[in-house]
Design a protein around this ligand. Structure first.
Ligand code: PLP
Length: 386
């Protein structure tokens, strides 16, 4: 494996984890499409070379590359972002454990915690990241972990992440952070003191809207414990998806630069548009988390949302007129996508619950791709003009 410790993030994205010498001289790591390998007397079950045990050459290359990018000792890939989240949370909490989790998490994560954890004998309390006094009130003798996101979806809130790390250290809690929206290009939670970093690699890490995958990164011992859980639960990423994810990660820094730039440009433009009420993007000085995001992140990511003055009807009219941006859920791909969270990601909540979270019927979420900035602005200009 090449030595990448002192190399730039861009160089590590390309070279870290790639086997040396190259496999049969192949410049890109081939796909090892085999479920099993010759037995060579491995001592324990988890070291047997078998695809579900997450140790194919495609897995090992990705694990090392992701650890090099997150600045962690170890990393694991999983069959989806939810596979990473569920495996890590189940592994850290154990039966009888209690979790503190940020209010307003990604809907799939929130539902997993609220609906599934009790079936495993685990409890969760959701807390407001802006109200640290509430964290202490919700703490229990069996609280084991604190779960947050680096930025929330769709309003791009940024909690007081250093305070979460301090609170967890004071109360002996494991910290887990979903870093999907920031990516290690914009924020590296391990450097900020978090224990476990999670990703939906489906999004920016892969970057091409053509697979689902997840990532768990952290201290080697902790990641190894979670790998054993993953071996048993079976949410293994298949080698072809590993290959595609590895290919996607090589261009992550280049793509994030453009996602960051396009989102900032559209946020500024929308902020001045008469058909728009409020723009939610932490790169804008008016965003409630602007100062915190500025202090923690080196870029603000490719996701923004805004309230259309014409409500749901106005937002629908705009979406119909967009030519470049497609209406679809998900984010992090090279193409720009728009969606109305009230009808998609948050449709399971009542209107009252949505309005409590600040998600109105006319809220439009835009996941900026890497197209040319002028073309994107022209697309929204045409679509927003009545
Ligand atoms: N975390 C965040 C922030 C997400 O946006 C998503 C999916 O949208 C997930 C986790 C779940 O990832 P996946 O769909 O890859 O299971």
């Amino acid at each position: 494996m090449p030595k990448t410790a002192n190399q730039s993030f861009e160089t590590r994205a390309v070279h870290a984890g790639e086997p040396r010498p190259r496999v049969d001289g192949a410049v890109t790591l081939p796909i090892f499409q085999t479920s099993t390998y010759e037995f060579h007397g491995q001592a324990g079950y988890h070291d047997i070379r078998y695809l579900r045990l997450n140790n194919s050459p495609n897995h090992l290359a990705l694990h090392a590359k992701l650890a090099a990018l997150e600045g962690s000792e170890g990393a694991l890939v999983t069959a989806s972002g939810m596979g990473a989240i569920s495996t890590a949370v189940l592994s850290v909490l154990k039966s009888g454990g209690h979790l503190l989790a940020q209010r307003g998490l990604y809907g799939g994560t929130h539902t997993f915690m609220a609906a599934e954890l009790p079936d495993f004998g685990m409890e969760v309390d959701f807390v407001d990241l802006h109200q640290p006094a509430e964290w202490a009130r919700k703490l229990k003798p069996n609280t084991r972990a604190f779960y947050v996101e680096s930025m929330t979806n769709p309003l791009l809130e940024v909690g007081d992440l250093p305070a979460v790390v301090q609170f967890a250290a004071a109360h002996d809690l494991v910290t887990l952070i979903d870093n999907t929206l920031a990516t290690p290009v914009n924020f590296r939670p391990i450097e900020a003191g978090f224990d476990l970093v999670l990703h939906s690699a489906t999004k920016y890490l892969n970057g091409h809207s053509d697979l689902v995958a997840g990532v768990i990164a952290g201290r080697a011992e902790r990641v190894d414990t979670i790998k054993r859980k993953l071996d048993h639960l079976g949410a293994t990423l298949d080698p072809h998806a590993c290959f595609l994810l590895n290919r996607g990660i090589k261009t992550l820094p280049l793509r994030m630069e453009r996602h960051n730039r396009n989102a900032l440009a559209l946020a500024r433009w929308l902020d001045a548009h008469p058909a728009v009420d409020a723009v939610h993007y932490p790169g804008l000085p008016g965003h409630p988390a602007a100062a915190r995001a500025q202090a923690l992140f080196s870029g603000f990511g490719g996701l923004l949302s805004f309230d259309h003055k014409g409500g749901a009807a106005g937002a629908h009219r705009m979406i119909e007129r967009l030519e470049l941006a497609a209406e679809a859920v998900s984010l992090g791909g090279v193409e720009t996508l728009v969606t109305l969270p009230a009808e998609t990601s948050h449709v399971g909540l009542s209107p009252a619950q949505r309005s409590e979270l600040g998600i109105g019927d006319g809220l439009v979420r835009v996941a900026l791709g890497i197209e040319g900035e002028d073309d994107l602005l022209a697309d929204f200009e045409r679509a927003l003009s009545e």
